[in-house]
Design a protein around this ligand. Sequence first.
Ligand SMILES: *[C@@H]1O[C@H](CO)[C@@H](O)[C@H](O)[C@H]1NC(C)=O
Length: 217
Amino acid sequence: MRKLCLIVMFVCLSVSTIVEASGPHKLLLTVYYESKCPDSKAFVLEQLVPAMEMLGKYVSLQLVPFGKARSINQGLSGFECQHGKSECLGNLIQDCVLHQMKGNTDLEKLKYVACEMETHPSTEGYLHCVPKAKVSYELIQECVSSEDGMMLQLNSEYLTNRVKPSFIPTVTINKSFNQQIQDRAQEDLVGVLCSMLKEARPCAELYNNQALDYVLL
Ligand SMILES: *[C@@H]1O[C@H](CO)[C@@H](O)[C@H](O)[C@H]1NC(C)=O
């Protein structure tokens, strides 16, 4: 009997942790991007960072650094990337660091990616954004040069292939793709998210200010 109680308690505890971790009421925004792509860079810096700074409380962000790459021989012979070898290295490093940052907030992970996209350092093998993200340099080198990194990239490939993006970066909301949302997100991600988060306070404030501007003009 005692054993059963313990099992039941354990199950309840694990279930509540899972729900907590995935954020039950948050909208899931997934971004499929690649490390040396100018459109990905512009999207991360001009759309994603401001949107997450404003709406991070309401949005769970999943970052998938893979884009139009593909594995050769199930990854055993490496990967081929749209912008060449250095892009593959950049994707791999970002995947390794994001994995190490599992315990960090989405905004912290995004700030790390923004650092990489701003200067493309990871694509040249410099890891100056890594210590800035408070991640151990050694752990990342280990990940990059081992099967762990390969497995992370194979997983990113799997996630990307489920969406089959024709444009990089591509976004999905709650795991589903919509062309109109995709197109609008490149220009006005805050607007896209606020159209789904009408009750969120920052959105209400934004629309009130816009309405006020309109009246005052
Ligand atoms: C997305 O999923 C969350 C959590 O399940 C839900 O609360 C929200 O209404 C969904 N939003 C859209 C636009 O599908």
